[in-house]
Design a protein around this ligand. Structure first.
Ligand code: DC
Length: 231
């Protein structure tokens, strides 16, 4: 199936499987995948490592003073996109529970959002992009040709995140993972700047009990119907 050069925006709650789904779309249809959450995680890691988060308090002034010179970028090798801070690949460091516990307050800061939005636009030049996040269909790409909003039961989501962390050799406690996820859902959907919400023209995908194959069949059907593509 040949998909036109469109932008696909995928938004939704934490751990709804947005990035797995977006990666699958990218490899199935030959799109560039960009993970906007990774950028917010990268800024958070930078702030933590630079001592700008002390006793749970973010030093916004210090972060604002240094964010302009922050060299966060994606690299594409063998089809996989990874996030780099200068010449260091930070893909695994940005996925710890410690980064997860600060990323929502960091991503609620307006100048952080402006920095990430700029970066996302510069990496998307040329189109044929699938991007996942919280405000892609509402703020970053309000004119995206296809918007998807992903939801799933929160215990199912926490179990997915828990399994992911165990597979990476971490030792999470399920209740902590569930608590972090609920807190992030709350901060992400109630913040003032670009809160998480479903765009009016987004299609909802509830994948609480769906397999990846079923998700691919769903998006194929959606694209065919929407763009009049025949097999
Ligand atoms: O998708 P994720 O869990 O890696 O995202 C990490 C955090 O970044 C999430 O808690 C909210 C924030 N985020 C955001 O505010 N806007 C986006 N477009 C993507 C992520």
């Amino acid at each position: 199936m040949t998909v036109p050069d469109i932008t696909i925006a995928i938004d939704g709650y934490s751990s709804t499987g947005k990035s797995s789904f977006a990666k699958l779309i990218a490899s199935t249809f030959g799109f560039l995948y960009l993970d906007s959450g990774a950028m917010y995680r990268g800024v958070t890691l930078f702030a933590m490592e630079s001592g700008m988060i002390c006793d749970g308090v973010i030093d916004e002034k210090a972060l604002e003073a240094s964010i302009g010179g922050l060299d966060l970028h994606f690299r594409r090798d063998d089809g996989a996109t990874t996030l780099w801070l200068g010449d260091r690949c930070i893909e695994s460091e940005i996925r710890t529970l410690e980064v997860s516990s600060f990323v929502s307050p960091v991503s609620a800061i307006p100048f952080v959002r402006a920095y990430v939005d700029d970066k996302l636009h510069s990496f998307s030049v040329g189109g044929r992009v699938v991007m996942d996040g919280r405000d892609i269909g509402t703020t970053v790409f309000p004119n995206a040709e296809l918007k998807i909003f992903m939801v799933a039961d929160d215990k199912v989501r926490a179990q997915r995140r828990f399994d992911e962390m165990v597979a990476k050799g971490q030792s999470p406690v399920f209740e902590d993972v569930l608590k972090n996820l609920r807190e992030r859902d709350h901060i992400d959907s109630t913040r003032k700047t670009s809160p998480l919400r479903q765009a009016e023209d987004a299609f909802v995908l509830d994948n609480s009990s769906m397999t990846m194959d079923q998700e691919v069949a769903w998006i194929r059907g959606l694209i065919q119907g929407r763009f009049g593509i025949l097999y």
